[in-house]
Design a binder for this molecule. Structure first.
Ligand code: GRF
Length: 207
């Protein structure tokens, strides 16, 4: 008898090392996440995430962001690749390009991002450094739905991480990353579960 294929098809977008991609791969492999990864796309050739995907036997694709007449056209190229593979949830995992309406409207409430701070504090780049510079005692990780506003969509999962005396950007980043790898599969599982709604800007999971 054939193994039943999981019906949820993820598309994962990366630009770098891909440790959050790996967390999703591992969660699928050990049965915590009932999904499959249909494709891993990077805007950067040579991104570590592509190696991880290939190691796991996943299809990979490089769609370079350079050379497109507009962001819309780049976004549409990404959407075409994802649709061609019947992706139903797009996971941004360290994808260092802002996506615009052409992308967001193509996957309504079906794009998720992970950010290394407790949003709405410290959106944008270098979130861990921002947290250190501000002097907060607690930071963390946020997994959220992607909307047109940067790092501001409905929050699915957050995990707090203490900022310790003597932390550097590197030590805080490493401590947050451990929680990221738990939070991302957990949030994706909640989303795929389907028992949720969005009320205003609140993500509400139904029991
Ligand atoms: C993570 O810190 C994630 O929160 C942020 O970019 C980083 C990506 O790391 N969006 P990795 O490529 O998943 O290892």
């Amino acid at each position: 008898m054939n193994a039943r294929l999981p019906s949820h098809r993820l598309g994962v977008l990366v630009s770098g090392r891909g440790s959050n991609l790996q967390a999703l791969i591992d969660a699928i492999a050990d049965g915590r996440l009932a999904a499959s990864i249909a494709v891993v796309i990077s805007n950067v050739a040579g991104a570590g995430g592509l190696d991880r995907a290939q190691q796991a036997g996943l299809e990979t694709l490089v769609v370079d962001h350079r050379g497109w007449p507009s962001r819309d056209e780049y976004d549409r190229a990404l959407v075409d690749e994802l649709r061609a593979r019947e992706v139903d949830l797009v996971c941004l995992a360290g994808f260092m390009r802002r996506i615009g309406p052409a992308f967001i409207d193509a996957f309504p409430r079906a794009i998720v991002n992970i950010h290394p701070s407790l949003l709405p504090s410290f959106p944008g780049l270098h979130a861990q450094q921002q947290a250190l510079a501000y002097g907060v005692r607690v930071s963390g990780v946020t997994v959220h739905l992607v909307t047109a506003e940067l790092d501001a969509g409905p929050i699915i999962v957050q995990r707090a991480v203490p900022v310790l005396e003597g932390d550097t950007e590197a030590t805080l980043t490493a401590r947050i990353l451990v929680e990221e790898h738990q939070a991302y599969p957990e949030a994706v599982r909640l989303l795929l579960d389907g028992r949720w709604t969005v009320d205003g800007r609140r993500f509400v999971a139904r029991p």
